[in-house]
Design a protein around this ligand. Structure first.
Ligand SMILES: NC(=O)c1ccc[n+]([C@@H]2O[C@H](COP(=O)([O-])OP(=O)(O)OC[C@H]3O[C@@H](n4cnc5c(N)ncnc54)[C@H](OP(=O)(O)O)[C@@H]3O)[C@@H](O)[C@H]2O)c1
Length: 279
């Protein structure tokens, strides 16, 4: 083989296929001629229930692994190790894991995949630009104010479509990307305040960002009904990710795709046109 893999007619299991990244991975894989098998609770696959794994994996060629909630959550490494073992026993050797850049808590899950014997690729992503337009932060922002413990740190928010394109290119790249950890970011650093200011301008509404200390944020989460342990975990992860270590742009998208990553402004313009921040 010359280092590339025919993607056409191959079946890709896409975990989290109804989520932010999985939906785009599914679209990019279909555009590359792959058959997509959506794997989430809606289709009978549950990360928390091993008896559902074989049904999702049997007969597939590769799998995109996106653990729900957080790749660094307690138990994720065990789940990734178990799922990889199940995949290998069914002949599914090519596994690509979505991880988070600079998240110490995610390292055990990455290591579990590397140690599994699979043809693995880890995609370490920056903060999703779509966190502002889809999911709980978007809901909060629609109400007028985003409260978050990000201080004035800068982040190169990534368009999840670029993560999807990298994932599919890594699958198509065969041996070239097996055994590799790819770090992907957007092209430009923005603080949370700058990001929200861009969104406010595009949405034509006075939306604001209010920085809070980690402890206060933890209390806010528990106030919203998030269980205390989960709130403590999330606050710790955010404190890790937002301590300045990630305030730099990296070139994974350019390396794999041979083009620049999409800019935050593009995501914001399109999401605003779709009414993402409409009252
Ligand atoms: N947000 C970021 O900025 C960022 C950055 C880097 C990495 N990540 C990583 O991205 C991952 C999350 O991906 P995402 O944001 O694209 O997902 P998401 O939008 O939160 O969607 C979650 C997906 O997982 C499925 N799901 C939820 N619980 C499940 C379960 N028990 N078993 C099987 N499927 C389940 C959901 O579908 P059903 O409801 O049908 O099950 C849905 O498709 C996490 O591992 C996180 O660490 C996030």
């Amino acid at each position: 083989m010359n280092g590339t893999t025919r993607t056409k007619d191959r079946t890709l299991v896409v975990t989290g296929a109804s989520g932010r990244t999985g939906s785009r991975v599914a679209r990019a894989a279909e555009a590359a001629g792959m058959t997509v098998r959506a794997a989430s609770r809606a289709t009978g696959f549950d990360w928390a229930d091993r008896t559902t794994w074989a049904g999702a994996l049997r007969g597939a060629d590769a799998a995109w692994l996106a653990h729900p909630a957080d790749v660094g959550a307690p138990g994720t490494a065990e789940a990734v190790a178990g799922l990889a073992e199940a995949a290998l026993s069914l002949g599914v050797r090519r596994l690509v894991l979505l991880s988070a850049r600079g998240e110490d808590q995610a390292l055990p899950a990455e290591e579990a995949l590397r140690a599994s014997g699979a043809d693995w690729t880890v995609v370490r992503a920056a903060w999703f630009a779509q966190n502002f337009s889809e999911g709980p932060l978007a809901e909060e922002l629609r109400r007028g104010e985003l409260v978050f413990p990000a201080g004035e740190v800068a982040e190169p928010f990534i368009d999840v479509r670029d993560i999807a394109d990298v994932a599919v290119a890594a699958l198509a790249g065969g041996e070239r990307y097996a055994g590799r950890t790819l770090t992907v970011t957007g092209p430009r650093l923005l603080t949370w305040a700058e990001a929200v200011a861009e969104i406010a301008e595009a949405a034509g509404r006075p939306l604001t960002y209010r920085a809070v200390p980690a402890d206060a944020y933890r209390e806010t989460l528990t106030g919203f009904g998030v269980p205390d342990r989960e709130a403590a975990f999330l606050t710790e992860v955010f404190a890790t990710l937002l301590d300045g270590r990630n305030a730099r742009v990296e070139n994974g998208v350019r390396e794999v795709l041979g083009r620049e990553p999409r800019d935050f402004s593009d995501v914001v313009r399109e999401a605003a046109a779709d009414g993402a921040w409409r009252e």
